[in-house]
Design a binder for this molecule. Structure first.
Ligand SMILES: Cc1cc2nc3c(=O)[nH]c(=O)nc-3n(C[C@H](O)[C@H](O)[C@H](O)COP(=O)(O)OP(=O)(O)OC[C@H]3O[C@@H](n4cnc5c(N)ncnc54)[C@H](O)[C@@H]3O)c2cc1C
Length: 494
């Protein structure tokens, strides 16, 4: 179906002074853009197009009695407040739960055994000396080198560097290989040797610049913490856990956002072509899945692409080739998750925790294991443990060539060796995510700046999504809110 002005007469929304806005992609980025736009421009005519048969993008919950399975994200962080603020704005806070108290522990594999990540080791920052002294995750030499971080000189250059380079420079090779690489690799499904420090972990770059290092930064933070916590409590009236999840699973939340939208939401509508008219407005062509709704025929004053950057690049290749070429330079990694429900009594007691990350140096076939049922209530019956075993990513892309059965077999073997589960899972399934996780390579921020420079000359086009300023849900919500504010400002000032 071609919706260009040639084939279908459009009414000029601009003349009617009702802004007509199209958003493409109904993941968390597209949904939150629509939510903030409708609040900022209550009279606007907003249209949200999604190629899938449900909203949510890579956030998908499956209810397979008696399990609640997250195929993608299973919670979000509250330290960056944007996601929890949106939850509060919608009055949904009571539907969210905190992680369970029993096994609040993250572990790492060392020499084939599961050992706790030292308490207070936050991504790459040691904050509690006592737990570092006791940890089995590092040798004595590794611990001493980590402690010497206090004396490592601040880097003079302000150029971007890889996570590997930063971590080895400051904390030493062993700490990098045994803690930083698996923790960071698990979050970004990325290779530390190419992952941009400035894009992925700017807080630590800033810490080195401001305080001279990570341990110095931790000391400064501890001094300020009490005062900061007091003022945060006064400011928000609330204190949240560091992570939250909806009781009924992540899709419940995404559907709740959709239900609160006044925007028209069109499912099964894959946008296949976009064209810009001479007056800057945009027309869309869509391939409709059978039995889906028809979409409006007018041109849009503003077009927001809330898509993975390679998808935006494909749509922009004809009308804006330079922009498309830059967007194509952000690579995406693929991964697979084996979901296994195993008998609780078979899991070694010391392995019960929230999650286990696996260093590359251990030469195993899995990146991480998340124990979904230990993190949140209501994920599976008490006599079982629900596991999500992560494979592939940018670290082991060759594994994505394997069949579902082969990947499930790998996951079972690893779970047997690491957790002690020897019987067949009571239930199993494999989830594949193709090109779902953007890779912020060294120089990513400069690339994003170049993309934004080109967008300055195309004010009726906006881009948002996880390709630019962070892959986490709060970052996606923050990016969406910023785009909604920019678009609203354009129409409010007209
Ligand atoms: C396995 C996994 C686990 C994760 N875990 C967490 C976690 O626990 N916590 C956290 O904070 N983050 C997590 N993340 C990251 C986070 O979930 C994502 O970065 C975020 O959800 C991306 O949202 P988005 O809307 O930008 O993109 P997407 O979710 O990719 O949404 C884009 C949407 O656009 C649609 N689309 C694509 N092309 C077209 C087209 N041509 N026309 C119309 N529609 C189109 C797609 O169908 C999709 O619905 C995880 C990611 C993955 C992959």
């Amino acid at each position: 179906m071609d919706l260009s002005s040639k084939d279908t007469p459009f009414q000029s929304a601009r003349n009617a002074s009702i802004p007509k806005i199209a958003i493409v992609g109904a993941g968390i980025s597209g949904l939150s853009t629509a939510w903030y736009l409708q609040r900022l421009l209550p009279n606007a005519s907003i249209h949200l197009f999604e190629s899938g048969d449900q909203v949510g993008g890579v956030i998908q919950t499956v209810h397979t009695d008696p399990f609640l399975i997250e195929k993608g994200a299973d919670n979000f962080a509250t330290l960056m407040p944007d996601a929890i603020q949106m939850v509060d704005e919608m009055g949904l806070r009571d539907e969210f739960i905190s992680p369970k108290p029993d096994h609040r522990l993250a572990q790492v594999v060392r020499d084939g055994k599961v050992v706790p990540i030292p308490n207070g080791f936050s991504l790459m920052q040691p904050t509690r000396i006592s737990s570092i002294v006791k940890t089995r995750a590092l040798s004595l030499q590794g611990k001493l080198r980590m402690a010497a971080e206090y004396f490592v000189k601040r880097r003079e250059s302000t150029a971007d560097e890889s996570v590997e380079s930063f971590a080895i420079r400051r904390l030493g090779r062993e700490c990098f290989e045994r803690l930083v690489e698996p923790i960071v690799g698990g979050i970004f499904t990325a290779r530390s040797e190419t992952l941009s420090m400035q894009a992925a972990m700017p807080q630590f770059v800033a810490m080195e610049r401001e305080h001279g290092g990570l341990i110095r930064g931790a000391i400064a933070k501890q001094k300020n913490q009490e005062a900061a916590e007091r003022s945060a409590r006064q400011a928000t009236g609330a204190r949240y856990d560091q992570f939250l999840a909806p009781k009924q699973g992540m899709s419940w939340w995404l559907n709740a956002i959709r239900d609160r939208l006044t925007a028209n939401v069109y499912l099964n509508q894959s946008i296949t072509e976009i064209k810009q008219l001479e007056d800057q407005r945009w027309t869309l062509s869509t391939k409709m899945a059978p039995q889906s709704q028809t979409i409006p025929v007018e041109a849009f004053d503003s077009l927001i692409l809330a898509l993975p950057s390679h998808r935006s690049a494909a749509l922009l290749q004809k009308p804006k080739p330079k922009l498309a070429n830059l967007l194509e330079r952000i690579p995406y990694a693929s991964s697979a998750i084996a979901v296994l429900a195993v008998p609780r009594h078979e899991i070694r007691n010391e392995a019960l925790c929230f999650g286990i990350v696996v260093p590359k140096i251990e030469n195993r076939d899995v990146l991480a294991i998340s124990l979904s049922s230990e993190k949140y209530d209501g994920r599976c019956p008490e006599d079982m443990v629900l596991l999500r075993v992560f494979m592939g990513g940018a670290v082991r892309p060759e594994l994505m060539e394997k069949s579902d059965d082969q990947l499930l077999a790998i996951a079972r073997k690893e779970v047997k060796e690491l957790l002690g589960v020897s019987s067949l899972p009571r239930w199993q399934s494999l989830v594949r995510w193709n090109e779902a996780m953007p890779q912020y390579l060294v120089g990513h921020n400069a690339l994003v700046t170049s993309i934004r420079d080109l967008l300055v000359d195309i004010p009726s086009l906006k881009l948002t999504g996880n390709a630019f300023d962070g892959v986490g849900i709060p970052q996606c919500v923050r990016g969406a809110k910023r785009i909604a504010e920019q678009v609203a400002k354009q129409f409010q000032s007209n």
